[in-house]
Write a protein that binds this ligand. Sequence first.
Ligand code: SF4
Length: 886
Amino acid sequence: MTASNTASCHTTCPYCGVGCGVVTNTTDRLTVSGDTAHPANLGRLCVKGTNLHETTDLNGRLMQPRVAGRQVAWDQAIGETARAIRESIAQYGPESVAFYLSGQLLTEDYYVANKLAKGFIGTPHVDTNSRLCMSSAVAAHKRAFGADAVPACYEDLELADLLVLVGSNAAWNHPVLYQRMKAAARDGRRVVVIDPRETATSELADLHLRLRPGTDTVLFNGLLVWLADQGGLDADYIAEHCEGFDDALAAARAAAPDVAAVASQCDLPEEAVTRFYRWYQATPRTVTGFSQGANQSVAGTDKGNAIINCHLATGRVGRPGASPLSLTGQPNAMGGREVGGLANTLAAHMDYQTPGARELVAEFWQCEQVADGPGHKAVQLFDAIHDGKIKVLWVMATNPAVSLPDTARVREALQRCPTVIVSDCMASTDTTEFADILLPAAGWGEKDGTVTNSERRISRQRQFLPLPGEVRPDWWIMTEVAKALGFGEAFKYAGPADVFREHAALSAFRNDGQRIFNLAGLTTLSNEEYDQLSPVQWPVLPGALAGQARLFGDGHYCTANGRGRFVPIHTVLPVCQPTAEAPLVVNTGRIRDQWHTMTRTAKSPRLLQHRGEPFIEVHPDDMARYGLQDQGLASLHNGDQRYVGKVRSCPQQRVGEVFVPIHWNQQFSSAGLASALTDRVTDPVSGQPESKHGVASIQPLKTKWHARLLVRQNRPRRWRADYWTYVPMADCDSWWLAGTSDEDWAERADYWLGGAPQLVMNDPAQGMFRAARIVDGRLEALILVDRDVSRLPDLAWLETCFASDTLSERDRRALLAARDAEAEDIGAIVCSCFQVGERQIEAAIAAGAASVDELGKRLRCGTNCGSCLPELKELVANAVEVKVTS
Ligand code: SF4
């Protein structure tokens, strides 16, 4: 591996749990490419990874500590943070202090946070946004295997002859893994997708089971019954390596006695259920990948165990091409699990309830005692803040005001909390607005440490950019606070390598094989060896430094008696069910080109061109029923909560169900918070919220006008309009606006443009208004208003008018006409890598491009990261369908 202080640097992508290796080069300007030597991606990157270089600018960064809104020096910020914690402990006890962490943190940051909170402040209230992502899979692993250990590796997704994907739109959410799955296509290999929605991943499916939301446990209980009745069990494996089979089978029979019962409960054709069961029985090399669609549920842990039960029953765990495999969302969700970042865990895969664990950790950390947990899980934690039990909250690298369910209550909780400390790299997020103390943290490229991906692979994230302004790494910030609190002796870290060695040493401390998470082989790394560390899958033991690809393949598990545990699964359906007032089921999820709350991905204009506005996918039957227009605006209502987005007609939705993306927030839209539509309902075992199942009513937004507003940088982002969405662009900022009442445009042009316009076209009879503010010949602001949204132009050519310092006569005419006669309208961007639009693709298809390959040859679309291939395929298929129909 190349050292971090050269122009070329091997590091890891900061987005999803695939954990792709990235090579950056800073010789002239920053470039990014896939690391061909990294085992997770072997050189591939998706569109988000490919555009990482566009996200490292300093626009919008938090560069200096702030206390009560004032910029201060670090010593004051550290002093104020320590004072708030000390006073809270003195007055209310250590449990009045809480930490809310993130899968974006590096393992070293996570380790220091956990040690400071549990070992020295003495609070167990340390949870992480990974609670929202895969805590149900963690709980399922612990119940079945006795440890939170993923048995499989990515290669198994390729080796499997039957690949079952449950609640996973891998094509958009784990795109490089999806590319690997797709490239593994061969005769005899089959893919089954289990998902209520038809997604881009369905393209891979030989069988798509669009089951009723929340009935996954019924489907897998039915599979267990089928295997038992049809001779599909591995009886020897069950007898030698497992326990609890009879109880699990009895529960499965009660819940899903036969195929007919399964089909009826899951709303699936009997034939399709039978086909899945036959394939599963007949295919020893079966991998079941499961993700947020399974985890984010009131029965998320049960879904994981229902899946694992079938793998235990067939002896398909930890064997090449045969295993369950949880796909995590975040780059370091796994690292957080390793250090004890979840409130119900202690440290280094030890739990509070394990006899002697608290004493062992206290001895290692050399503290008097560790917190007597478990602490509050995320939703509970914010309830405790709301109720006044938590007085100091320290949030790091996450945005709970957007991502937690019932967001209005979360914001109320943040408002009520006496001291909110936020460490973040961005200055303005929905959460930083509540901060009393703001601490500028290092971002990707500036920080240095390790992350662990979904297959337990530890990789280095290396620093290749200088720390800007007063920005500091999270481990350093916490170490300074620890010193200010008087714990300096225990936090003498000169750099992340010191922290990593200690983390590895704790994993190995008195670990004679009781704990499978063990980095004993890495405890003595020199600083140079740490810097050069190659990706490796834990456990890493002194005699096996290459790590271990698979676990439990020998049938020996981490339970007290070494046996894998079957878990009886009873049917628990989603808590929020449709009513007359809220008749629609709301599903939420990610989209292809955005990441979480958009703080980084929205910096890349390319990534906003695929989907630039919050939207609602609705089945055409529901559109007719509720009077909705395709591409029109509509609002979803859940009690007092409201979400406004653009309607997308989507025959792939089930009738009665809608889908909304999770990314938009109050920095980017007037009412695009998906979490406003989901309630504080959680899985009773894992505490993971049921984010995939809200309910709402829908109605069209009766708009009287639509507008495009483009302004040179540095204007306020929130507007007084019924609807706005912010679309940052390279040379200007832009907003898409709409209103339900009349506006006197001529009168109010100054408000929108930030001054009097020089060019004006006003045609009230047609519902049109256009105005531009020009200063010294340069375009400063532009607004185009129309009652008919379809008459408004795409933003791409408008932006070019902001690129130059002088506005030509031709540009002026084009602006007033709201149309550049010479510019090609390429439509919405489908291929972000090569900026190929939908209209260009349709034209190429009309001109004879009959396949995705042919489109690639003509337009280059789909030939780089491949993330758009499912959409290209759909466009080709739609064109064929239209031809056949006509
Ligand atoms: Fe990053 Fe894409 Fe790889 Fe995920 S799949 S780690 S987002 S490059």
